[in-house]
Design a protein around this ligand. Structure first.
Ligand code: AP5
Ligand code: MG
Ligand code: ZN
Length: 216
């Protein structure tokens, strides 16, 4: 099963992806996670990406497309994959079409998590992430049992550097200007489905899961 999760920053892409990949046993490919990993390791990619990610701006297409091309060619993508946060521009979507063609693969579903803008700032500023395993929490909507500590692995929770009010504003503008037009691009292909991401986390998972079971 080859799927794309779309939606604005804070829509719940990562939260839902964590659950869906564990049910369907496919790799979770998040370009945001890839950039954050490279940034934490201080690799040349990380140094370059940091200049954009820390400002809330999109990383240039050539850099991002290269990462995805390499990742999709890995053997674990044979049984399917979930792309989270890619593509995010029309040029990335066109590059993805070419990459998939060269690998003889096809996208089966583009899932848009629809959430009104008013929900996004509180979700993002309250988000906490585990330093060790990457699990996502929220101080109000999905709190860990013990404050600051991951339920799954005991790791320390941290706040993303781009989850401040100012950077969220820039990220939402980038989404509106560059990513939202992609919905029309995928609408034309008839692969696009929408789920209401304003419901509670379990309700959203149940709907996505049933959509995907329909594909399998
Ligand atoms: P990326 O990491 O992809 O960030 P994003 O798209 O801004 O999305 P988020 O991860 O912030 O939101 P999410 O939808 O995953 O929400 P989550 O599930 O965590 O990208 C970061 C940066 O990397 C970009 O700004 C850019 O610089 C660069 N980048 C990445 N991809 C790129 C690309 N393709 N091209 C160019 N640059 C790229 O949920 C958020 C919070 O809400 C959590 O605390 C969660 O617990 C809570 N929550 C989730 N669902 C619910 C719910 N239903 N009810 C209540 N709370 C909920
Ligand atoms: Mg995410
Ligand atoms: Zn953890």
């Amino acid at each position: 099963m080859n799927v794309i999760f779309m939606g604005p920053p804070g829509a719940g892409k990562g939260t839902q992806a964590e659950r869906i990949v564990s049910e369907f046993q496919i790799p979770h490919i998040s370009t945001g996670d890839a950039f954050r990993l490279a940034m934490s390791q201080g690799t040349p990619l990380g140094v370059e990406a940091k200049g954009y990610v820390d400002k809330g701006l999109l990383v240039p297409d050539e850099i991002t497309n290269g990462i995805v091309k390499e990742r999709l060619a890995q053997p674990d993508c044979e049984k399917g994959f979930l792309l989270d946060g890619f593509p995010r521009t029309i040029a990335q979507a066109e590059a993805l079409d070419q990459i998939l063609q060269s690998l003889d693969k096809k996208i089966e579903l583009v899932l848009n998590l629809a959430v009104d803008r008013s929900y996004l700032l509180p979700r993002l500023t309250g988000r906490r992430i585990c330093k060790s395993c990457g699990s996502t929490y929220h101080v109000v909507f999905n709190p860990p049992k013990q404050e600051g500590v991951c339920d799954k692995c005991g790791g320390e929770l941290y706040q993303r550097s781009d989850d401040t009010e100012e950077k969220v504003g820039t990220r939402l503008d980038e989404y509106t200007n560059k990513t939202a037009p992609l919905l029309e691009y995928y609408q034309k292909t008839e692969m696009l489905r929408e789920v209401n991401g304003e419901q509670d986390i379990d309700a959203v998972t149940a709907q996505i899961s049933s959509l995907l079971r329909g594909l399998a």
